[in-house]
Design a protein around this ligand. Sequence first.
Ligand SMILES: Cc1cc2nc3c(=O)[nH]c(=O)nc-3n(C[C@H](O)[C@H](O)[C@H](O)COP(=O)(O)OP(=O)(O)OC[C@H]3O[C@@H](n4cnc5c(N)ncnc54)[C@H](O)[C@@H]3O)c2cc1C
Length: 392
Amino acid sequence: MDLNLTPQETAFRDELRGWLAANVPKDWIKIRNSEGGMEARFEYLKQWQKKLYDGGWAGVHWPKAYGGRGASTMEVVIFNEEMARAEAPPMANVLGLGLIGPTIIAYGNDAQKQRYLSKILSAEEIWCQGFSEPNAGSDLANLRTEAKLDGDHYVINGQKVWNSYGWAAHWCELVVRTDPNAPPHKGLTVILVDMKTPGVEVRPLRQMTGETEFNELFFRDVRVPVENVVGGVNEGWKVAIGTLMHERGTFGAGLTITYKRNFNRLVELAHQLGKAKDPIVRQKLGQIYADIEIMRLTQMRQFSKISQSGVPGPEGSVQKLIWSELNQRVQQFAMELLGPYAQLTNHSPDAVDDGMWNYGFLRSRGNTIEAGTSEIQRNIIGSMVLGLPKSY
Ligand SMILES: Cc1cc2nc3c(=O)[nH]c(=O)nc-3n(C[C@H](O)[C@H](O)[C@H](O)COP(=O)(O)OP(=O)(O)OC[C@H]3O[C@@H](n4cnc5c(N)ncnc54)[C@H](O)[C@@H]3O)c2cc1C
């Protein structure tokens, strides 16, 4: 593929760069590290997304007909790179923009597109993804949350877990079992659930970072209108896989710049700490530099493929595997470089970079689990990309 920008892509980049220079808030890093709490930070990110939306920059990858910019794959790459370069805050409605909106665009009917899409872009309605259950994570097709038809409603009972943003979400893309007698993959349905419906309970789970990003969701006789089914009754597997491919294929976008920024900071710290001549430090930094470059080029290849097919494919698993495992190696190296100081959180005046490395190390442990574990990604690459026999 040709990595040089066309005149149209250059114009897109320059317009965006100008807009970001004028609009990126300068206090994000301070807010991110402040004691204000998760809710206050999230409110800030919602306001930021609204600003992007008003400027026409939310959901650039969405078709113009649904409020996006119809950006080409290369323009999406440029968007993510420029956001990272400008140190712009992330958008609040991460799952809505990246996974659930595209799923509704691909599988939803006109009424659903009309009802949900613009509010995802403007962050007026936040979305979460209710897939995993206590006994169905990697083996998602084994899920047990059931939905029984009662007139023009489904009645939902069951439990989900590891639900990101559940505490902030207005809506949930939920996968339920509608036919208990069908083979596991065939009896599933995707249904959109208003989180305010009686019987929905959200219980926070505290993580080792101290945050409660994730939740358990309980459903007790939750009545959801039939019209909220997306993609057809008992057709949920293909809809859910579509969502997961977006999650694996596109979430790494923009990480190259972030990783490069972290890398440059680690080089600076190595100098400051008098460790830049240490041969082991040098070897590890050299390896990280090469790995980031491999990630960037693999990502370009993946985006090139998406631009031909229109949708992310199983190759997204390669990308997911690379960014998650590389981040863990970078964060691990930061711990080794900083020594005992790495353990100080942002509550300590002696914390390096406001405790960013401490937080990054702890949070990175989840990277190889979220959006499918590394073992599952390797299985997918083996069977669906390389054509090897299935392992189960
Ligand atoms: C940060 C984070 C955010 C998340 N956000 C969400 C969310 O918003 N919504 C949601 O629905 N879920 C979410 N999840 C859940 C996530 O998708 C699951 O944790 C993940 O799919 C693994 O499932 P599990 O935890 O049940 O582990 P299990 O499936 O029980 O796996 C346990 C171990 O066995 C291995 N294993 C399992 N099957 C195989 C196999 N066939 N071959 C080889 N090894 C195997 C796994 O790799 C793993 O090491 C999130 C998880 C994390 C960590």
